[in-house]
Ligand binder design. Sequence first.
Ligand code: PXP
Length: 249
Amino acid sequence: MKLGINIDHIATLRQTRGTHYPEPLVGAHLALDGGADFITVHLREDRRHIQEEDVEALLAELPVKLNLELAITTEMVDYACRVKPDECCLVPEKREELTTEGGLDVVGQQIGVTEAVKRLTAAGITVSLFIDPSPDQVAAAGQTGATVVELHTGQYALLAEQHGFDGELSVATVAERERLFAAATQAAELGLKVNAGHGLHRQNLQPLLSMPALDELNIGHAVISRAVFIGLPAAVAELRQLIDKPANG
Ligand code: PXP
Protein backbone atom coordinates (compact mmCIF):
# COMPACT_ATOMS: atom_id res chain seq x y z
CA MET A 1 0.00 0.00 0.00
CA LYS A 2 1.34 3.41 -0.95
CA LEU A 3 1.40 6.46 1.27
CA GLY A 4 0.80 9.93 -0.12
CA ILE A 5 1.52 12.91 2.10
CA ASN A 6 -0.52 16.05 1.54
CA ILE A 7 1.71 19.03 2.31
CA ASP A 8 -0.90 21.81 1.91
CA HIS A 9 -0.62 22.90 5.52
CA ILE A 10 3.08 23.62 5.27
CA ALA A 11 1.96 26.30 2.82
CA THR A 12 -0.87 27.33 5.16
CA LEU A 13 1.71 28.19 7.80
CA ARG A 14 3.71 30.21 5.29
CA GLN A 15 0.67 32.08 3.99
CA THR A 16 -0.40 33.18 7.48
CA ARG A 17 2.65 35.48 7.58
CA GLY A 18 3.44 36.02 3.94
CA THR A 19 6.99 34.76 4.44
CA HIS A 20 8.94 32.53 2.06
CA TYR A 21 9.13 29.77 4.72
CA PRO A 22 8.29 27.04 5.51
CA GLU A 23 8.80 25.82 1.94
CA PRO A 24 6.51 23.02 0.73
CA LEU A 25 9.33 21.69 -1.45
CA VAL A 26 11.57 21.17 1.59
CA GLY A 27 8.64 19.50 3.35
CA ALA A 28 8.10 17.21 0.38
CA HIS A 29 11.69 16.00 0.57
CA LEU A 30 11.41 15.43 4.34
CA ALA A 31 8.18 13.46 3.82
CA LEU A 32 9.99 11.27 1.29
CA ASP A 33 12.83 10.79 3.80
CA GLY A 34 10.22 9.50 6.27
CA GLY A 35 8.88 6.93 3.81
CA ALA A 36 6.20 8.70 1.75
CA ASP A 37 5.70 7.25 -1.72
CA PHE A 38 4.35 10.39 -3.33
CA ILE A 39 3.24 13.93 -2.59
CA THR A 40 -0.21 15.51 -2.83
CA VAL A 41 -1.17 19.18 -2.96
CA HIS A 42 -4.47 20.98 -3.48
CA LEU A 43 -4.39 24.16 -5.55
CA ARG A 44 -7.53 25.83 -4.23
CA GLU A 45 -9.33 28.55 -6.14
CA ASP A 46 -8.70 31.02 -3.29
CA ARG A 47 -4.99 30.04 -3.13
CA ARG A 48 -5.20 29.87 0.64
CA HIS A 49 -2.20 27.57 0.87
CA ILE A 50 -0.53 26.06 -2.20
CA GLN A 51 0.36 28.50 -5.00
CA GLU A 52 1.12 27.83 -8.66
CA GLU A 53 4.85 28.34 -7.99
CA ASP A 54 4.73 25.53 -5.41
CA VAL A 55 3.14 23.13 -7.86
CA GLU A 56 5.69 23.99 -10.50
CA ALA A 57 8.67 23.69 -8.13
CA LEU A 58 7.41 20.31 -6.94
CA LEU A 59 6.92 19.12 -10.51
CA ALA A 60 10.41 20.25 -11.45
CA GLU A 61 12.21 18.84 -8.40
CA LEU A 62 10.39 15.79 -7.05
CA PRO A 63 11.64 12.33 -7.96
CA VAL A 64 8.17 10.88 -7.28
CA LYS A 65 4.57 11.29 -8.40
CA LEU A 66 2.79 14.57 -7.70
CA ASN A 67 -0.95 14.21 -7.16
CA LEU A 68 -2.67 17.56 -7.75
CA GLU A 69 -6.11 18.01 -6.23
CA LEU A 70 -8.31 20.51 -8.00
CA ALA A 71 -11.87 21.67 -8.49
CA ILE A 72 -13.66 21.17 -11.80
CA THR A 73 -13.35 24.69 -13.13
CA THR A 74 -12.09 25.75 -16.54
CA GLU A 75 -9.23 27.67 -14.91
CA MET A 76 -8.03 24.66 -12.90
CA VAL A 77 -8.41 22.10 -15.67
CA ASP A 78 -6.60 24.44 -18.10
CA TYR A 79 -3.81 24.87 -15.57
CA ALA A 80 -3.42 21.14 -14.98
CA CYS A 81 -3.39 20.42 -18.71
CA ARG A 82 -0.59 22.97 -19.04
CA VAL A 83 1.69 21.84 -16.19
CA LYS A 84 0.80 18.13 -16.47
CA PRO A 85 1.11 16.58 -13.00
CA ASP A 86 1.26 12.79 -12.97
CA GLU A 87 -2.19 12.56 -11.43
CA CYS A 88 -5.14 14.87 -10.74
CA CYS A 89 -7.74 14.19 -8.11
CA LEU A 90 -10.96 16.06 -8.82
CA VAL A 91 -12.57 17.39 -5.65
CA PRO A 92 -15.58 19.55 -4.80
CA GLU A 93 -14.67 22.98 -3.50
CA LYS A 94 -16.58 25.62 -1.58
CA ARG A 95 -14.83 28.84 -0.68
CA GLU A 96 -16.23 28.99 2.83
CA GLU A 97 -15.26 25.43 3.83
CA LEU A 98 -12.32 24.70 6.14
CA THR A 99 -11.41 21.59 4.17
CA THR A 100 -12.94 19.41 1.44
CA GLU A 101 -16.20 18.63 3.17
CA GLY A 102 -17.73 15.90 1.08
CA GLY A 103 -17.16 13.88 -2.02
CA LEU A 104 -17.63 15.06 -5.56
CA ASP A 105 -21.24 14.71 -6.71
CA VAL A 106 -20.49 12.67 -9.83
CA VAL A 107 -24.14 11.62 -10.14
CA GLY A 108 -25.30 15.24 -10.26
CA GLN A 109 -22.48 16.50 -12.49
CA GLN A 110 -21.85 13.53 -14.76
CA ILE A 111 -21.41 15.61 -17.91
CA GLY A 112 -19.04 18.17 -16.37
CA VAL A 113 -16.97 15.50 -14.63
CA THR A 114 -16.74 13.39 -17.77
CA GLU A 115 -15.63 16.41 -19.80
CA ALA A 116 -12.91 17.29 -17.27
CA VAL A 117 -11.73 13.66 -17.16
CA LYS A 118 -11.56 13.61 -20.95
CA ARG A 119 -9.45 16.76 -21.15
CA LEU A 120 -7.05 15.71 -18.39
CA THR A 121 -6.69 12.20 -19.74
CA ALA A 122 -5.94 13.58 -23.21
CA ALA A 123 -3.12 15.59 -21.58
CA GLY A 124 -1.63 12.32 -20.30
CA ILE A 125 -2.78 12.79 -16.69
CA THR A 126 -4.22 9.95 -14.59
CA VAL A 127 -7.55 11.11 -13.13
CA SER A 128 -8.96 10.21 -9.76
CA LEU A 129 -12.39 11.21 -8.41
CA PHE A 130 -12.77 11.98 -4.71
CA ILE A 131 -16.16 10.51 -3.82
CA ASP A 132 -18.24 9.51 -0.84
CA PRO A 133 -18.47 5.74 -0.38
CA SER A 134 -21.97 5.48 -1.85
CA PRO A 135 -22.98 2.89 -4.46
CA ASP A 136 -24.48 5.58 -6.74
CA GLN A 137 -21.35 7.70 -6.74
CA VAL A 138 -19.09 4.71 -7.36
CA ALA A 139 -21.28 3.54 -10.26
CA ALA A 140 -21.33 7.05 -11.75
CA ALA A 141 -17.55 7.37 -11.33
CA GLY A 142 -17.16 4.17 -13.33
CA GLN A 143 -18.85 5.84 -16.30
CA THR A 144 -16.72 8.98 -16.51
CA GLY A 145 -13.55 7.52 -17.98
CA ALA A 146 -11.63 8.12 -14.73
CA THR A 147 -9.44 5.16 -13.76
CA VAL A 148 -9.18 5.86 -10.04
CA VAL A 149 -11.46 6.74 -7.14
CA GLU A 150 -10.38 8.14 -3.80
CA LEU A 151 -12.94 7.21 -1.17
CA HIS A 152 -13.70 9.97 1.33
CA THR A 153 -12.94 8.68 4.82
CA GLY A 154 -13.97 11.90 6.58
CA GLN A 155 -17.22 10.53 7.99
CA TYR A 156 -15.44 7.45 9.32
CA ALA A 157 -12.82 9.72 10.95
CA LEU A 158 -15.49 11.93 12.48
CA LEU A 159 -17.37 8.98 13.97
CA ALA A 160 -14.17 7.40 15.29
CA GLU A 161 -13.18 10.74 16.87
CA GLN A 162 -16.54 11.10 18.66
CA HIS A 163 -16.14 7.69 20.20
CA GLY A 164 -12.51 8.07 21.25
CA PHE A 165 -9.73 5.63 20.48
CA ASP A 166 -9.78 3.34 23.48
CA GLY A 167 -11.35 -0.06 22.97
CA GLU A 168 -13.78 -1.17 20.27
CA LEU A 169 -15.10 1.00 17.46
CA SER A 170 -18.66 2.27 17.93
CA VAL A 171 -21.48 0.62 15.97
CA ALA A 172 -21.78 3.71 13.77
CA THR A 173 -18.04 3.71 13.03
CA VAL A 174 -18.13 0.02 12.10
CA ALA A 175 -21.10 0.69 9.81
CA GLU A 176 -19.23 3.50 8.05
CA ARG A 177 -16.20 1.28 7.68
CA GLU A 178 -18.43 -1.37 6.07
CA ARG A 179 -19.78 1.27 3.68
CA LEU A 180 -16.20 2.14 2.70
CA PHE A 181 -15.28 -1.52 2.22
CA ALA A 182 -18.37 -2.16 0.07
CA ALA A 183 -17.61 0.92 -2.06
CA ALA A 184 -14.01 -0.26 -2.46
CA THR A 185 -15.18 -3.70 -3.60
CA GLN A 186 -17.68 -2.18 -6.04
CA ALA A 187 -15.04 0.18 -7.47
CA ALA A 188 -12.51 -2.63 -7.89
CA GLU A 189 -15.15 -4.73 -9.67
CA LEU A 190 -15.65 -1.85 -12.09
CA GLY A 191 -11.92 -1.91 -12.80
CA LEU A 192 -11.17 1.27 -10.85
CA LYS A 193 -8.07 1.71 -8.71
CA VAL A 194 -9.04 2.38 -5.09
CA ASN A 195 -7.47 5.08 -2.94
CA ALA A 196 -8.72 6.58 0.33
CA GLY A 197 -8.18 9.64 2.44
CA HIS A 198 -9.36 12.48 4.65
CA GLY A 199 -9.18 12.86 8.40
CA LEU A 200 -6.85 9.89 8.82
CA HIS A 201 -4.12 9.64 11.46
CA ARG A 202 -2.13 7.09 13.40
CA GLN A 203 -4.98 6.47 15.85
CA ASN A 204 -7.81 5.80 13.41
CA LEU A 205 -5.95 4.26 10.48
CA GLN A 206 -5.54 0.64 11.54
CA PRO A 207 -9.18 -0.47 11.07
CA LEU A 208 -9.12 0.76 7.46
CA LEU A 209 -5.97 -1.05 6.41
CA SER A 210 -7.90 -4.18 5.44
CA MET A 211 -10.04 -2.25 2.95
CA PRO A 212 -10.42 -4.39 -0.18
CA ALA A 213 -8.17 -3.38 -3.09
CA LEU A 214 -6.83 -0.34 -1.24
CA ASP A 215 -3.86 0.96 -3.18
CA GLU A 216 -3.02 4.43 -1.84
CA LEU A 217 -3.70 6.49 1.27
CA ASN A 218 -3.58 10.27 1.33
CA ILE A 219 -2.88 11.89 4.67
CA GLY A 220 -2.35 15.59 5.36
CA HIS A 221 -3.53 17.67 8.29
CA ALA A 222 -2.79 15.19 11.06
CA VAL A 223 0.69 14.29 9.90
CA ILE A 224 1.72 17.92 9.43
CA SER A 225 0.30 18.65 12.91
CA ARG A 226 2.24 15.75 14.39
CA ALA A 227 5.38 17.01 12.63
CA VAL A 228 5.23 20.21 14.68
CA PHE A 229 6.12 18.08 17.71
CA ILE A 230 8.32 15.28 16.36
CA GLY A 231 9.47 16.45 12.93
CA LEU A 232 8.11 15.51 9.54
CA PRO A 233 10.28 12.47 8.71
CA ALA A 234 9.40 10.90 12.08
CA ALA A 235 5.69 11.71 11.72
CA VAL A 236 5.61 10.11 8.27
CA ALA A 237 7.67 7.15 9.49
CA GLU A 238 5.05 6.43 12.20
CA LEU A 239 2.40 6.09 9.50
CA ARG A 240 4.67 4.07 7.28
CA GLN A 241 5.32 1.59 10.10
CA LEU A 242 1.62 1.25 10.81
CA ILE A 243 0.84 0.61 7.16
CA ASP A 244 3.64 -1.90 6.69
CA LYS A 245 2.70 -3.86 9.82
CA PRO A 246 -1.09 -3.63 9.96
CA ALA A 247 -1.99 -6.81 11.79
CA ASN A 248 0.28 -6.78 14.80
CA GLY A 249 1.09 -3.05 14.99
N1 PXP B 1 -7.79 13.48 0.02
C1 PXP B 1 -8.39 14.56 -0.51
C2 PXP B 1 -9.03 14.43 -1.84
C3 PXP B 1 -8.39 15.80 0.17
O1 PXP B 1 -9.00 16.87 -0.37
C4 PXP B 1 -7.71 15.89 1.41
C5 PXP B 1 -7.66 17.20 2.12
O2 PXP B 1 -6.97 18.13 1.37
C6 PXP B 1 -7.08 14.74 1.90
C7 PXP B 1 -7.16 13.53 1.21
C8 PXP B 1 -6.30 14.74 3.18
O3 PXP B 1 -7.15 15.01 4.24
P1 PXP B 1 -6.51 15.35 5.65
O4 PXP B 1 -5.79 16.65 5.50
O5 PXP B 1 -7.70 15.43 6.56
O6 PXP B 1 -5.58 14.23 6.00
